[in-house]
Structures are given as C-alpha cells and as structure tokens.
Design a binder for this molecule. Structure first.
Ligand code: S3P
Length: 429
C-alpha cells in the first residue's frame, strides 16, 4: 500500500483507541469475578477480540451491544473446559495471562496462535506456574505454542524472583496466586506496567506492592465492576512522534491513559526537548490530553529502569531519534527481540531502507541524527507497531513509501490510517 506523506504540517485532534492492556484484563477480571462487569471503551481490535472469544469458549457469557460490553462473571470456579484448542491469534497478552488463569483450573486446555505467536518464548511463564503445581507442555517438548495447560485446583503459593522485566509474566503469576492457597511474593527485575495489580484492587481483591515486591494471598474472590478504559499511550505515541518531527504541526491527543508505569515516552520526549503539554489531567481516570508541537530535538540515552515503561514505544522512539541532533543510544532493551517480530532488527533494517543512520546492537539501537528520510519499499513484517512507525516515517520522507503487510495494524489500531488521513488534511482537500 502507498503510505501518506505530510504535504504541510499535521493539524487536529485525535481520540486514540482504548488501552489494549486494560481491555484484555477487563474481560479476564470480569469473567473471574462474581456478578456483572460492564466495560466502556473496550478496544475492538484483533488482539482484544482474541481474549473476548477465548473466554466465551470457556463458558463465560459476554454480550456486546456495540457500546458496552457486559460480562457475567462465573468466578474462579465457574470456567468450563473447552474440548477444542483455543486460537488466540497474535496476542501474547492473551496466551500468557490465560496460562496463569488456567493453571488453577482442574481441567486441560490447549492454546495456540499465529505463526508469530507460535515462535514466542513461553518458558518464562511455564517455569513459575510449574513451581506452583500446574503441568504445562509446549509443542513437542519445546517452550513454544501450542501450549497445553493441565491445571489443578490445588495450586501452591510461590516466592519468585523474576528473571525478566515482564508484565505478562508477572500477571500470569498473579492470576495463579489469586487461586493458590497461601501467600505468594513476586520480586520484579524492574517495575513493569501495573494494570493487573490495580485491577485486583478495583475488583475488590487484596494485594500489596512495595516498589519491586508484590505480595498476594489466595484464594480470593473478586466482584464485578463498571470499567471505563482510557486511551492507549502506546497508540498515542505514534502521533506524539509525528507531531514532534513534522514541521508546522500541532496535534492534540485526547483522553490518553497516564498510568506512571506507562509514561516513559513522555519522560523521553521531555528529555529530548519536545514541546509537549499535558492538559486536562483527570485524576480519577488517570488520563489527560497531550498537545504536541513541532520540536527541535536533542539526542539522549534510554536505558535501565525506564525500558519497561516504554518497551512498546521503542520502534517509534527510534524514528524520533533519527530527527534529533546527536547520537541516541537505546540499551537494556533485549526484550525487543522477542516481541511480535525481532523489533531491534526490524526497526533498524526498515529505517535503514529510508536512509536513517541506525545500527542494531545486542540489546538496543544506536541512532545518529538528524537525517532526512526518503521514501522506500518497506514492510511491517506482520508487526502492527513496525507498520505504524513506518507510516509516521513516510510522513516526513521525500518520495513515496510503499508498505507491505499493512493489515498487521488491525492488531491494535484498526482506525490508524483514517486518523493519519485526518491530521494530514486529506479529507478536507
Ligand atoms: C503487556 C506487557 C508487555 C507489552 C505488551 C503488553 C501487558 O509485554 O510489550 O504489549 O499487557 O502486560 P511483556 O510482558 O512481554 O514485556
């Protein structure tokens, strides 16, 4: 597909899609609670629909009237075995969090995904869940999906020092710990997104978190809630970068979730000198409007504890760095290699095609800027975030850019190209 170019500055306001991490969890918590849960602003994109369909297959009544999703909770003891293997598509969050939920169920379930998901590492989740007493088997003895989970209603608590900084692994263990008899402690490698912890509290459960140490006792019961989901800062990130690097731009992104475990990109933009304003902060919903104006940017170093707070934004941050003065170094980000694609290689190789000065390293990227970009034939490689990053790069490139596999973007942001069209001003011409 031919990507859009910005003929003049980007203007307008966008309500970015709802938070993907919270959307997945809202179905899961709704299913595992007792009573009704209503969900407003659920993200109707492929990944979250995979979660919704999977819980329907486990016998949970879920009704979507197009506005609100209503989940009739069945409690931790009410899930039903599904005799067929469940397809969770491209969604790492679905498969990993469900492994933790199903570890505590007294039946067997098989989960599998698409070619990309079936290559992603699962041992990181299987190892702690096995310690808790569940039996988990990967494809032909490997750690890769299809994964069969033989759960038990006799899970043991765990004291676990996490070897990777991963909210998906942490959340899987938390879902299992809620079903185990006794007190579990998890120590994070670095603090990662805390939506699961927050939603345990929101659904009436008990959990304590002291910096990297999280303590939860089981078994617990949860109660259905009314959930309102804010916009996804990981989707907003593409337009924050677009606004910063396209001359003559001013963009407003409305109702963006500002959970502090997710706002690493705001810190990086500020550090690099971006003209970013946070307006209308709504404390109750942890959301704000973000106003971005074209900026003169300085290179920076992105490493250490900030990495999990912006892990999904790193491809588009690398693009941002191609337009900053000096050398930007991204390190400690080896987790990027095991995302929907190897995002270190994909980001470097695709941006190199457009003329960027970007070099992959074992745990990140080195980018020299500013470098003018030129149109090229590029590919999302089936990864939604690589595809969106390349469309933003195309906005500032001279000449046409062609994108292979643009449909990957439906994983998290089905209206992405419409939103780009609106700010480029194509619809008004
Ligand atoms: C997510 C956690 C992160 C992130 C993913 C969503 C979550 O993955 O990259 O997009 O919702 O818990 P890891 O836990 O593998 O870092």
């Amino acid at each position: 597909m031919d990507l859009l170019q910005a003929q003049k500055g980007l203007q307008g306001s966008i309500t970015v899609p709802s938070d993907k991490s919270i959307s997945h969890r809202s179905i899961m918590f709704g299913a595992l609670a007792t009573g009704q849960t209503t969900i407003k602003n659920f993200l109707r994109a492929q990944d979250c629909l995979s979660t919704l369909k999977a819980f329907k297959k486990l016998g949970v009544p879920i009704f979507d009237d197009g506005k609100t999703i209503t989940v009739t909770g069945v409690g931790f003891n009410g899930l039903k075995a599904c005799d067929k293997a469940i397809d969770v598509g491209n969604s790492g969050t679905t498969i990993r969090l469900m492994m933790g939920i199903l570890a505590g169920q007294d039946f067997s379930t098989t989960l599998f995904g698409d070619a990309s998901l079936n290559r992603r590492p699962m041992e990181r989740v299987m190892a702690p869940l096995r310690q808790m007493g569940a039996t988990l088997l990967g494809d032909n003895g490997s750690e890769f999906p299809p994964i069969t989970i033989n759960g038990t209603n006799n899970l043991q608590p765990i004291h676990y020092q996490m070897p990777v900084a991963s909210a998906q692994v942490k959340s899987a263990i938390l879902f299992a710990a809620l079903q185990a008899k006794g007190t579990s402690t998890i120590v994070e490698k670095e603090i990662s997104r805390n939506h699961t912890e927050e939603m345990i509290r929101q659904f009436g459960g008990k959990i304590t978190a002291n910096k990297k140490e999280i303590t939860v006792s089981g078994p617990q019961t949860l109660t259905g809630q009314n959930v309102v989901i804010p916009g996804d800062i990981s989707s907003a990130a593409f337009f924050l970068v677009a606004g910063a690097i396209t001359s003559g731009s001013q963009l407003i992104l409305k109702n963006v979730g500002m959970n502090p475990t997710r706002t690493g990109i705001v810190d990086v933009l500020t550090q690099m000198g971006a003209r970013l304003k946070i307006e209308n902060y709504d404390e109750k919903n942890q959301a704000a409007d973000l106003k971005m104006t074209t900026s003169t940017l300085t290179a920076t170093i992105i490493a250490g504890e900030i990495i999990p707070r912006l892990i999904d934004e790193l491809p588009v941050i690398a693009l941002l760095a191609t337009q900053a003065h000096g050398q930007t170094i991204i390190k400690d980000a080896q987790e990027l290699k095991v995302k929907e694609t190897n995002r270190i290689d994909a980001t470097a190789e695709e941006l190199q095609k457009m003329g960027a000065d970007i070099t992959p390293t074992t745990d990140g990227l080195i980018i020299n800027g500013p470098t003018p970009l030129k149109g090229a034939h590029v590919s999302s490689r089936g990864d939604h975030r690589i595809g969106m990053m390349l469309q933003i790069a195309a906005l500032i490139a001279t000449g046409k850019t062609q994108l292979d596999q643009p449909e990957a973007i439906n994983i998290s942001y089905p209206e992405f190209f419409d939103d780009v069209k609106n700010i480029v001003g194509e619809k008004n011409e």
